[in-house]
Design a protein around this ligand. Structure first.
Ligand code: G3H
Ligand code: 13P
Ligand code: ZN
Ligand code: NA
Length: 320
């Protein structure tokens, strides 16, 4: 059966690694991720956003993830609501088979964030479901909400103890410089390396440090943690796409965060890039083909390879 993230996070915290939380929207994405996790024997979180539920329908997604559990009984799998916007959405997922939900009231004032989060925690815990909450505001786009660089702000470490003790949440997403989407930083926020590639500003490990001192043993979550592999940006741009200056979080920094209190690392954009790059290239090379299985098969295979790489080299959760 699906599991919660409790045990996964405890082991990850103690073991100095992180669990991958991958967004799923269709069967090929679920299969690509699951095959990777199975091959390297990694526990994993499959997560579903409000937009994913609107696209694919709650029941289809739950059943796809349940199918992954049946096909792959040897690894622990959690089903998580990503960026739950309100109590009702969280309740619907708790009632509908999820083992973990995020309530994201991070754009609300502190007291209101506490109040909404606590309400979700009460309902979730009564039903054996765990809750992720968020403090701080990441830049970037999620669903239809676009947070500009100016509106974004880092987590204030002095708020975390009060927030966690008053809400009873099970894990906490913090803002230390990651950002949603494939354009995480503007060119003027970056420097350039010898190859002319953008080098983003480093994550604020000092804030992570301060937060984990104040919350010893408590699992921290990083959103917006795609690395935006330049091989896929190139594949997209060379096959009719146009994604200039797409840039992500360097893998070594995520690896470092995974060694520390970070127990869950969210990845979505990189899956989209792998899928889109592969399909664009396939279409360019085979203009005569029109069977979706023919282009979805290599897309799924490349998602699998990318996820395997992340599980081993970025998250460090293989064999756990
Ligand atoms: O944080 C946002 C995730 O990448 C989900 O994106 O809302 O477009 O499904 P979405
Ligand atoms: P990316 O856009 O960096 O993949 O982040 C995904 C995420 O945070 C999902 O909640
Ligand atoms: Zn997110
Ligand atoms: Na960790």
């Amino acid at each position: 059966p699906l599991v919660t993230t409790k045990e996964m996070f405890r082991k990850a915290y103690d073991g100095g690694y992180a669990i991958g939380a991958f967004n799923v929207n269709n069967m090929e994405i679920v299969q690509g991720i699951t095959e990777a996790a199975r091959e390297v024997r990694a526990p994993m979180i499959l997560q579903v956003s409000k937009g994913a539920r609107a696209y694919a329908n709650h029941t289809y997604l739950v059943k796809l993830v349940e199918a992954a559990v049946i096909e792959c009984p040897e690894i622990p799998i959690a089903l998580h609501l990503d960026h739950g916007p309100d109590f009702e959405t969280c309740k619907s997922c708790i009632d509908g088979g999820f083992t973990s939900v995020m309530i994201d009231a991070s754009s609300k004032p502190f007291a209101e964030n506490i109040e909404i989060t606590r309400k979700v925690v009460e309902y979730a815990h009564d039903h054996g479901v765990v809750v992720e909450a968020e403090l701080g505001a990441l830049a970037g786009i999620e669903d239809d909400v676009q947070v500009s660089a100016e509106e974004s702000h880092y987590t204030h470490p002095e708020e975390v103890e009060e927030f966690v003790s008053k809400t009873g949440c099970d894990s906490l997403a913090i803002a230390i410089g990651t950002s949603h989407g494939a354009y995480k930083f503007t060119a003027d926020q970056c420097t350039r390396n010898e190859k002319g590639e953008l080098v983003p500003p480093p994550l604020r490990f000092d804030i992570l440090d301060e937060v984990s001192k104040r919350l010893p043993g408590f699992p921290i979550v990083l959103h917006g943690s795609s690395s935006v592999p330049q091989e896929y940006v190139k594949m997209i741009n060379e096959n009719g796409g146009k994604m200039p200056d797409a840039v992500g979080i360097p893998e070594e920094q995520l690896r470092q965060a995974a060694r520390l209190a970070v127990c869950k690392i969210n990845i979505d954009s990189d899956l989209r890039l792998a899928m889109t790059g592969t399909i664009r290239q396939f279409f360019a090379e085979h203009p005569d083909k029109f069977d979706p299985r023919e282009y979805l098969k290599p897309a799924r295979a490349n998602i699998k390879e990318m996820v395997k790489h992340k599980l081993i080299h970025v998250l460090g959760c293989d064999g756990k």
